[in-house]
Design a protein around this ligand. Structure first.
Ligand code: FVH
Length: 293
């Protein structure tokens, strides 16, 4: 790729909610920013703020060293890369569109054959967080491209590089989303129980649930170490004890008219683990039923 400075030029292709936030952050940071969107009117507010308007994806590619793509899906990205074709030569394509690890690797190969470098990114933020310290973006793909453009990428939020396998960023992105949905499932179950008793869900959440979940996250590093070793000796809350308490949790659901279907898959796995003779071990051992190395 071309040599760049922290004030290097960037094109943003795709101006939905996320692409607009990305372009906005680049403008705020003082980068020369060219924008293109399939529906051109979405570029108007950014152009008013100082962005340059490209008439085509190819023009956007020619205008900058770094071409950020953020559209709905990978099929759209392929069509855009095909449309830009040779105009991508010498550029770095930073694809922030959600997809799978295999999709990222396939796209990386295609971009490389066009003479460009490829970085895949997983945005761990909503649009309003972009440019703020709490935003995190995971990257993987070309190491030289990440190093050359680190300062531009940090405009969006904390930039974490995960290595040269383009599929690694989407894998970690999806794994983090998986963890998030587990937490949301727990919250929904708690909220339904508290609401069914006529109690104040907001107060319960703020005063009790959030601090409790914070405290529980401190157990995760130990559980991670257990899954890495495949050794699940308990420090006090063994699986058999937890399974014995499941009847109470399920009974409460029945009494309150609250479905326990969100908990059922996890409870089934815990019971299977106990039935397999691991009742004296920790909960982390359930991972062995989900994946065997
Ligand atoms: N928004 C979020 O909270 C999440 C955060 C994590 C990352 N995701 C992913 O980011 C990608 C874009 O999401 P978005 O929120 O910007 O989505 P929309 O606001 O719906 O905008 C979609 C843009 O994609 C353009 N587009 C769609 N199809 C095509 C196509 N065939 N060719 C060219 N562009 C296309 C669309 O253009 P238009 O409809 O305005 O003409 C928008 O610019 C996504 O992967 C999330 O999973 C966001």
């Amino acid at each position: 790729s071309k040599e760049t400075s922290p004030m290097s030029s960037v094109s943003v292709v795709g101006l939905g909610a996320m692409g607009t936030a990305l372009a906005d952050a680049l403008l705020s940071a003082g980068h020369t920013t060219t924008v293109w969107n399939r529906t051109p009117a979405k570029a108007d507010p950014l152009v008013e703020r100082g962005a340059l308007r490209a008439g085509s994806v190819a023009e956007a590619a020619r205008a900058a060293d770094v071409v950020v793509v953020c559209v709905l899906g990978y099929a759209d990205v392929h069509a855009l890369v095909d449309a830009a074709g040779d105009d991508l030569r010498g550029r770095v394509v930073v694809n922030l569109t959600n997809g799978s690890p295999d999709e990222a690797r396939e796209l990386a190969d295609k971009v490389r054959t066009l003479g460009a470098e490829y970085l895949d990114g997983g945005i761990m933020a909503v649009p309003a967080m972009i440019g703020r310290p709490e935003a995190l973006v995971l990257y993987s793909g070309s190491t030289p491209a990440f190093e050359a453009h680190r300062e531009v990428l940090q405009v969006f939020g904390r930039a974490v590089y995960l290595g040269d396998d383009a599929g690694r960023a989407p894998l970690h992105d999806l794994a983090m989303l998986t963890g998030m949905y587990g937490m949301f499932a727990g919250f929904l179950q708690s909220a339904a129980l508290v609401r069914s008793a006529g109690a104040d869900v907001e107060e319960f959440t703020t005063a009790l649930l959030v601090p409790w979940l914070h405290a529980m996250t401190s157990l995760l590093p130990r559980m991670a170490a257990q899954t890495a070793k495949g050794a699940y000796a308990t420090t006090g809350s063994n699986l058999a004890m937890q399974v014995a308490a499941q009847d109470t949790l399920e009974g409460l659901g029945r009494a309150q008219g609250v479905s326990t279907e969100l908990l059922a898959p996890l409870f089934d796995l815990m019971r299977r683990r106990v039935a397999d003779g691991h009742g004296e071990e920790d909960l982390a051992g359930v991972v062995e039923l989900l994946h065997r190395p």
